[in-house]
Design a protein around this ligand. Structure first.
Ligand SMILES: *Cc1c(COP(=O)(O)O)cnc(C)c1O
Length: 358
């Protein structure tokens, strides 16, 4: 009798699937989504556009109008190329597959975005996690030593970092890019709309750096579009492992249309940044909580008991992310996505009772 166990790789058999909690009827503050839907007139106009697409045809493998617009709107330096992915998750997979020589390694500070490790392991690259310091800053000495010792093919630096929320120090990052002279360094700017700092304009200063971004945190998580920016010599290689029709016609057209309305998303990001500051101030007044500085659309907080606080919030129909078991540095930490002013009020009220009861 043939069983999946006979054919599927042991490491896949040992995995658990990426769990997404059913958020039906909940205030969803677990996944860094933008809480604002598209305004009705814009949604209507988008619908009109999408209704005219030839869904019977394969998408353009290199949608040049979209890519040109993206370059213009996102300050892509001249001479740099753009590679599109079905979310940055797919780009992370492509990078791993492209670099998976025997013995190749992926190195990142930890804790950081879980997909770096997960995709590395699936592509059979060794994963090296270098712990951040207690205050979540980069341990440049440990990073430099690890870079020298492991000579990783790929280095990921999330800027700002998820789940800790902080922006790494510019000097520290430059030092690490220098120490990683034999590696491809990917600066992941998924939270760029909330960070107001970027390495995009500095890309051409470095031979070994790529910048990765996504439409997801900006407000379009549903369309699944990420992009990688950098020197054509790198992107041409990575493009070879890209499934030819990885971004679909609906996504391409929606992105091209919505890039003409970037000011709307910029305004939403500004509102969320203001809400982040307000929420951080109010949370810091609760003596049981430690609130960490964040340049993303989320706040990391340390609680007296993360599971109990999480459960109390859920009982009040608010879903957040419990990171307590992700890494020792995150013991009793919760990650709270910044929502609408109303949602944030609900969160604050619920947290106050949760902290009393927990
Ligand atoms: C959310 C996130 C991404 C995301 O990805 P998409 O696949 O584009 O939705 C990438 N990097 C980091 C650090 C993130 O937090």
């Amino acid at each position: 009798m043939l069983n999946p166990e006979n054919l599927i790789r042991p490491e896949v058999l040992a995995m658990t699937r990426y769990a997404v909690t059913d958020a039906d009827g909940l205030i969803k503050l677990d996944a860094m989504e933008n809480p604002f839907p598209l305004p009705e007139p814009l949604a209507h106009e988008l619908g009109q556009r999408l209704s005219q697409l030839a869904l019977n045809r394969y998408p353009a493998p290199h949608p040049s109008a979209l890519i040109e617009k993206l370059k213009r709107m996102m300050d892509v330096p001249s001479g740099c190329d753009v590679l599109l992915g079905n979310g940055s998750d797919e780009i992370i997979s492509m990078l791993a597959v492209a670099c998976a020589r025997p013995g190749a390694k992926v190195l990142t500070p930890v804790p950081s975005f879980v997909m770096y490790e997960q995709t590395a392991r699936l592509a059979q690259l060794e994963f090296i996690g270098v712990p951040l310091k207690d205050d979540f800053t980069l341990d440049t000495q440990a990073m430099s030593l690890a870079l020298e010792r492991h000579q990783p093919a790929l280095v990921y630096l999330a800027y700002p970092n998820n789940p800790t929320g902080n922006l790494f120090d510019t000097d520290a990052l430059e030092q690490i890019i220098g120490a990683a002279h034999a590696s491809l360094v990917v600066i992941d700017e998924a939270y760029q709309p909330f960070a107001e700092h970027s390495w995009m304009k500095r890309l051409t200063e470095f031979k070994n750096v790529l910048v990765m971004r996504t439409f997801s945190k900006l407000g379009l998580a549903g369309i699944r579009l990420g992009y990688l920016v950098g020197a054509p010599a790198w992107l041409a290689q990575i493009d070879k492992v890209r499934p030819p029709y990885n971004t679909n016609v609906l996504t391409q057209a929606a992105a091209e249309f919505l890039l003409d309305h970037l000011t709307l998303f910029d305004k939403q990001a500004a509102l969320l940044r203001a809400e982040r500051a307000r929420l951080a101030t109010l949370l810091a007044q609760l003596p049981e909580l430690t609130v960490y500085p964040s340049a993303g659309n989320f706040l990391l907080v340390r609680t007296p008991d993360a599971q109990r606080v999480f459960d109390h919030l859920l009982a009040q129909r608010i879903l957040v992310k419990n990171l307590s078991k992700m890494h020792p540095l995150l013991l009793h930490c919760l990650r709270l996505t910044v929502g609408t002013p109303f949602e944030n009020e609900q969160l604050l009220a619920a947290l106050k009772t949760a902290l009393v009861e927990a």
